[in-house]
Design a protein around this ligand. Structure first.
Ligand code: 1HN
Length: 282
């Protein structure tokens, strides 16, 4: 079994998106903004919010000493941590969960959540939410926590909502290679029923052609670099990048160096409604 590197190969904090967040950090406090987000809207038609039709993703940055106050909403949320020094954590319905590079965390709909950076460097992560789906179906609810501070009740080592990289990466590399890549589907269905989350590990130089299918997905690169073809577009990707793959678009990935990525898809919705369909992979 190839030994996965334990540290991320690059630091997100040097990327143009991180620079934009750093710039925002000079002007906009979490006091003012509640969340410091760089929203990844897809510039198609008159869209000014969605990354794909059912899911939005956004980078978030929190500075040392900052606190993003507690709120809750009906949309489900998930976070993939890019850079974080010790002392960064989120509190979800009273459970204090660490946020370290490579960790993945759930905030199921209607759970109170607040974020803290008690470390000594800016922390960056990617948020994924089913806001566009909830918006279209209309059951949108949002509430501020009274006075903003939710108490911490527990600080568990392990939790159903917490997928530390130290656990998921060895699990991913223990999966068999199928169709040229490894896939680990995270056990999240009991908590978030609208989206499916998988980690993928690609072997350098082995192209992976995915079947065209009716699910929409967002792919976030956690390790390595390579190229993708999504529909008619050629994309060079590296750690920290986010790639939108809309419904019924053909897509293929090839890694230049051992690569890992997280895929967030709306497939459970399509499956439940009987709308999931795919063509055979070439
Ligand atoms: C939200 O509540 C968070 O709580 C992050 O960290 C990103 C994007 C759209 C709507 C709500 C958060 C969000 C969001």
């Amino acid at each position: 079994m190839p030994h996965p590197p334990s540290q991320p190969s690059t630091v997100f904090g040097t990327s143009p998106c991180a620079k934009a967040l750093d710039q925002a950090g000079q002007w906009v406090s979490t006091e003012l903004a509640e969340r410091r987000n760089l929203l990844l809207f897809n510039p198609v038609g008159d869209n000014d919010y969605d990354t794909v039709r059912t899911i939005v993703s956004a980078y978030q940055m929190i500075k040392p000493g900052e606190y993003a106050r507690a709120h809750r909403h009906s949309p489900n949320a998930m976070r993939l941590v890019l850079d974080a020094k010790p002392g960064v954590f989120t509190v979800v319905d009273g459970a204090r969960l660490p946020m370290q590079a490579g960790d993945f965390l759930l905030t199921p709909g209607n759970c109170w959540h607040s974020h803290y950076n008690e470390g000594d460097a800016n922390a960056y992560w990617i948020d994924f939410l089913d806001v566009p789906l909830v918006h279209r179906l209309e059951p949108m609810f949002f509430e501020e926590y009274p006075d903003g501070y939710q108490p911490v009740d527990i600080a568990p080592e392990a939790h159903d909502w917490y997928f530390p990289a130290a656990v998921t990466r060895p699990q991913l590399h223990a999966q068999p290679v199928k169709h040229g890549y490894r896939r680990l589907v995270l056990n999240t269905q009991a908590h978030i029923s609208t989206m499916e989350m998988s980690y993928l590990a690609l072997t350098p130089g082995t192209p992976v052609n995915f079947p065209r299918n009716t699910a929409s997905r967002i792919v976030a690169i956690t390790q390595g670099s390579g190229q993708a073809r999504v529909g008619e577009r050629d994309i060079a990707w590296q750690r920290g990048d986010v790639i939108a793959v809309p419904s019924w678009v053909e897509y293929a990935f090839v890694a230049d160096e051992a690569a890992e990525m997280l895929e967030v898809s709306d497939r459970p919705v399509l499956d439940k409604l009987g709308f999931y369909r795919e063509t055979k992979a070439q």
